[in-house]
Write a protein that binds this ligand. Structure first.
Ligand SMILES: O=c1ccn([C@H]2C[C@H](O)[C@@H](COP(=O)(O)OP(=O)(O)OP(=O)(O)O)O2)c(=O)[nH]1
Length: 146
């Protein structure tokens, strides 16, 4: 099972599920769920209104779209986002996917609801032979406001 779902608070907000732009595109383009502006030098977490369900041996990597840095003067402030399968439905924020963007330009940059800001790529990951992790995730990145 692998799918994007709209989180409860955004169910009536006409959120579009991420789509790939062509048959062999690797990335699912992810849209902003809100209009917002980012001041020069500011970092803002862009809400997506989405959560992602995937098998436990997979991870969703979130990369910037190429146009973000070239046309808009924005980069993902964490470089690449790592979305763990146990982030889904966490008790803090339901697994809300957030895209942290940094405005490295000298002007205020506007993001419109529905604008594609990043792309998510599903991957498998591997464990070391002596791995003993058993903790349960409670929340994580994006769980505290903007
Ligand atoms: O761009 C991102 C990166 C992460 N996350 C969510 C999903 C991920 O599962 C969670 C925790 O991310 P990460 O493990 O990178 O953060 P951390 O700072 O290491 O916190 P933790 O101790 O919760 O692992 O935050 C996002 O929504 N967007």
């Amino acid at each position: 099972m692998r799918k994007f779902e709209v989180i409860k608070a955004y169910l009536d907000q006409n959120i579009q599920k991420p789509k790939r732009s062509s048959k062999f595109s690797a990335g699912y383009d992810i849209e902003s769920a809100e209009d917002l502006s980012i001041a020069p030098g500011e970092i803002k977490k862009v809400p997506t209104g989405l959560k992602v369900l995937m098998p436990n041996d997979e991870v969703l990597m979130i990369y910037p779209r190429s146009s973000l840095g070239i046309k808009k003067g924005l980069i993902t402030s964490n470089a690449v986002g790592v979305v763990d399968s146990d982030y889904y439905n966490n008790l803090d924020n339901e697994g809300h996917l957030m895209i942290p963007l940094y405005n490295f330009s000298k002007e205020v940059v506007e993001i419109k609801k529905g604008e594609r800001v990043a792309q998510g790529i599903f991957q498998k990951y591997f464990l070391t032979e002596d791995d003993e992790a058993t903790e349960k995730r409670l929340g994580g990145f994006g769980s505290t406001g903007q």
